[in-house]
Design a protein around this ligand. Sequence first.
Ligand SMILES: [Zn+2]
Length: 465
Amino acid sequence: MHLVRRLLLVLIVLALGSAAAAWVLAGREAGPAIEIKSPATTIGQKSSMELFVDAPGGTLTRLTATLTQGDQTMPVFALDDTAGSAGDVKQASSDRLWVIRPIGKATQPALTGGKATLTVTAARPVLFGWREAATTVTKEFTVRLEPPRVAVVSTHHYVNLGGAEFVVLRATPPDVAAGVTVGAVSFPAYPGSAVGLTDPALRVAFFALPFDADASTPITVFARDEGGNEAVAALERQAFTKVFQRSRIPIDDAFLGKVVPAILANTPELSVSAAAPVDAFLTVNRDLRQKNNAAIAALAAKTAPEMRWTESFVQLGNTQVESRFADHRTYLYQGKEIDQQTHLGFDLASTAQAPVTASNTGVVVHAAYLGIYGNCVVIDHGLGVQSLYAHLSSIDVKDGDTVRRGQTIGRSGTTGLAGGDHLHFTMLVGGVQVNPVEWWDGHWMEDRVFRKVREAGGAAPTAAK
Ligand SMILES: [Zn+2]
């Protein structure tokens, strides 16, 4: 063979070989990463499918999602360049697509109860678009089309504005979430085993009627499954309005000079100049108060699914009540109104640095400085019920400590927004501050809580007076 022709042939073979190698290698490239974010386990009447798909530049050649039951295949989603379904696909970041799409009986009418498989396939272009690299992910789901059931079991519900109430309810099937809704606020229910109820359908919940709500605020119980199926029932109750006190609090330079700089020094994240003390006070009294109350409300997430107390709560002994729950305060400086706030607790005063005791058995979930509350302890008693102790001069407990009813947890003081030495005390239900008077009352604890537990078949104690 001619040398030139032979060389040409070698070149052609080499070119074909590398093209073939590139083709094969491109076929081995990883396809897009697919994450099925929701549903988690269950598809219902109206659920939501949420996917994350990762590919360079977010460029895909294909993206499909289908549901399969037996030999029935139901389309859920298909990426179609011409359809422009932009509402369903968003660019979450430069390389990440976010797909949200309804899934369930409402959109896939052929769906029946039982098992179903979701199959998601995504492909991205490789080798200059000559080939694609694909990934397929499948996930098994339970299809549940029957709505859950919920009913109120306990009787005689009385709730005061700014107060709390307890309910026993029946929610099925056993794995549904349940609770109480008061206006726009939801309070979770806990398994009845928390109070010794053996029927797995029984749940217990504390809820609050916030001091600033309307006494006619709708109150319902709910059960909600993971597929988005929900049942709601009215809670029969009587609600009572309360007239709260109003007071006028004169603020002078001596008070500002004593209180504000200390709070600012302990709250470095608050950018306020102490040079204008009245402005600094207003920032503390408004913004910091709101921030501190949000931090306190968030502690509800640390509650235990058990009732940690067997008696009513104890009011700190030998103290004088200086201020009550939901006292509406008007603040005056040099005779002029400068602010209005609501005092969500009791102020209890005795001697300076008096021992402060735990109002009931529980576990400490906060023991640190907290803005207007100064040195502050929050104890979790379970089922969303917590107690708060503020303005302490010293703290004797730490996060995670178990404390007994009556155990000393610190000493009273003037830290935070406090004029004189006192304990600021309040109760919380699901993060909502409620009137402690109810919790200190043995009759209330018996009628509102323990009676309902016994009537549902539990072995609650009779409240000690
Ligand atoms: Zn107070």
